[in-house]
Design a binder for this molecule. Structure first.
Ligand SMILES: Cc1ncc(COP(=O)(O)O)c(C=O)c1O
Length: 369
């Protein structure tokens, strides 16, 4: 598209600063290259095929998704190597997974013999094989078996089933989002890699080989300095960053690529202004895994203002009474959680040097199946 002035966009609108995106992507790719590991970014953050292709062009080996429906969008858009870092158990999804596996190279997580039996039955019936990675619980206490012996025992139980091949092990130390300091982030990062290497060694001793040892979240990867035997990283949020990453100390405002532009629709009091975006634009996300954001629902750029409350279509900003904000003014806000916000919009506008240069259709939004 020909570049258009940012002020011509109606609001609330989702903006992606493409210059910052490129720097964020190149930075993480450089780090992956430096430590000799594959980068398989999670696309749950951007949900946009063009950005997945940009990640691949810059050196990613494939993408990570959480859902079969996200995998379908990425496959349809021409991404050839996809890892579903999640448990897939319903018959409908397993059928769709089998169909996808005929078109692209796809692998999936497993953390139970029950899920493995279902996966094996569908693939064996179709005469297909699928690679799986055992999900390890590195402290998030979500899915995943415990590291070490439990992982080995699961492997041994799965190994007798037809149509499944062990590709490796993976974990996501999402508890890092509850960290109170950068030192704690570093500690979680070390722990995430350490238990994976111990588990890979336990599998060696049991006579098998975890070809892929995969870790990653954005905070744990931003402070990572490589770890013997870990050979794949899966950050997602790093493409945009957000107020949560800033609060953890792993990103700066200048590294945040995603923002929402909104219009002031009311200033009922000196210390209060209302914008035309509420929870349907910003999400109600105040943080993840135990840590609440102190400063409301985002960072209001260039203003002494806090986005303190949201109703569905209204954002209530608390202002410094001397702040010069009038009805009709536009404000830019970095959201708390980029991944959740992208899911709320149909379109995003790519900007460069303050001009709108691209319009993206968010093809994988709403893909929760
Ligand atoms: C399994 C898995 N891998 C990777 C990631 C990416 O982590 P982040 O969003 O911190 O970059 C996530 C995020 O939720 C995840 O659930």
């Amino acid at each position: 598209m020909t570049a258009v002035n940012l002020d011509t966009l109606d609001t609330p609108a989702l903006l992606i600063d493409l210059d910052i995106v490129r720097r964020n992507l190149e930075g993480m790719q450089k780090s992956a290259d430096k430590y000799g590991v594959a980068l398989r970014p999670h696309i749950k953050t951007h949900k946009i095929p063009e950005l997945a292709h940009l990640q691949m062009r810059l050196g990613a080996t494939g993408v990570t998704v959480a859902k079969v429906s996200e995998a379908e969008v990425m496959a349809e858009a021409g991404i050839k190597d996809i890892f579903i870092a999640n448990q897939v158990v319903s018959e409908q999804k397993l059928d769709r997974l089998a169909a996808l596996s005929k078109k692209v190279n796809i692998s999936v997580g497993l953390d139970s013999i029950t899920a493995a039996e279902k996966l094996s039955a569908i693939f064996a019936a179709s005469g297909l094989t699928i690679e799986y990675l055992i999900e390890i619980n590195s402290g998030l206490n979500r899915c995943g078996v415990l590291p070490g012996r439990d992982a080995v025992e699961l492997y041994q139980a799965i190994n007798v089933l037809p149509s499944l091949r062990l590709k490796g092990i993976f974990t996501h130390a999402g508890q890092v989002y509850g960290a109170g300091s950068l030192a704690e982030v570093m500690e979680v990062s070390r722990h995430e890699s350490k238990i994976m290497v111990e588990t890979a060694r336990a599998l060696d001793q049991a006579g098998t080989f975890a070809e892929i040892v995969s870790v990653g979240s954005t905070p744990t990867m931003k402070v990572w300095q490589g770890y013997e035997r870990v050979n794949e990283i899966r950050p997602g949020n790093y493409i945009f960053h957000d107020a949560i990453q800033i609060s953890l100390g792993v990103a700066t405002v200048e590294e945040c690529a995603l923002s929402i532009v909104a219009t002031v629709i009311s200033r009922p009091a000196r210390e209060r202004a209302v914008i035309d975006g509420g929870s349907k634009a910003f999400s109600s996300d105040r943080g993840a895994h135990g840590k609440e954001m102190a400063a409301g629902f985002g960072i209001v750029l260039g203003k002494k203002a806090t986005l303190a409350r949201l109703s569905e279509e209204h954002g209530i900003m608390i202002l410094d009474p001397d702040e010069d904000i009038e009805i009709g003014d536009r404000v830019r806000i970095i959201p708390n959680h980029a991944c959740a916000v992208v899911n709320l919009f149909d379109r995003a506008y790519g900007i460069s040097n303050g001009e709108v240069v691209e319009e993206f259709y968010i093809a994988a939004r709403g893909k929760s199946q």
